[in-house]
Ligand binder design. Sequence first.
Ligand code: AMP
Ligand code: MN
Ligand code: MN
Ligand code: MN
Length: 287
Amino acid sequence: MNPQNILNADLHCHSVVSDGTMTPEALAERAKINGVELWALTDHDEIGGQHRAAAAARAQGMAYLTGTEISVTFAGETVHIVGLGFDPDNEALKQGLYNTRNGREQRAREMSDSLAKVGIHGAFEGALKFVGNPELISRTHFARHLVESGICKETNEVFRKYLTEGKPGYVPHRWATLKDAVTWITQAQGIAVIAHPGRYNFSANAEYALFTEFKEHGGRGVEVVTGSHTKQEFIKYAETAKEFGLGASRGSDFHSPDESHTDLGTLPFLPGDLTPVWELVAGRIQA
Ligand code: AMP
Ligand code: MN
Ligand code: MN
Ligand code: MN
């Protein structure tokens, strides 16, 4: 057993800078209380919270890695790529993320138009009330609005009935390419990690292609222990990590105390025979 594997690292969560409900400072405090020893804030397509998160971690006496979660379109599906340990002031990374965020407002207006056709009016304005960053309006903000207005009981139900493929509020969107996302992160001295692979609806062949191309572009890790994996998926993706020679990551994907079933720092440790991603970016950890 590598002693590094029993580190309470939580390298995936969201703040008000994307679709979480807590500030970077409040998340840092919650992580510390929950025993997190190494933390990363990974807002969607956005690194505007990184300096605040790093300062908050330092104030809590908690080690920090910079983070983000980039939306990618691969083989017609949305895939999320987590970046860790990059330079948050890197211009090419900042520009790439800006471009990735750019279509979100238009997409949100189309989602709202499409919800109006099934009798749900004013969803764009409603969702905006939950948005903390005007450049980052997401499906989560629509979900919160539909719950608040009593149309659904909880956000999961909104996704199931309205916001997923084939449902009335779903608008397909073209995100960054896999190659661009991995390259932006890597050129900024970070490492790229495939987020929650168990969540994608890929065939075995398409999943193999994802991991193969990800490696070819310079990707280094995969989330094995995440809030959205079952125990069976911990085992499955531990095998995939070894098969592809990838480092393993651990992260709750915490968004909100009211919505997230996995709290910061509460997941099982990484299996002992994997290389943790924090060994691959050891030099980039802010103590
Ligand atoms: P977007 O980037 O606007 O497509 O929104 C994606 C976000 O929606 C994810 O990061 C999750 O936070 C949230 N999400 C996706 N699917 C679900 C679901 N079934 N239940 C709750 N939240 C979800
Ligand atoms: Mn999210
Ligand atoms: Mn994700
Ligand atoms: Mn996430």
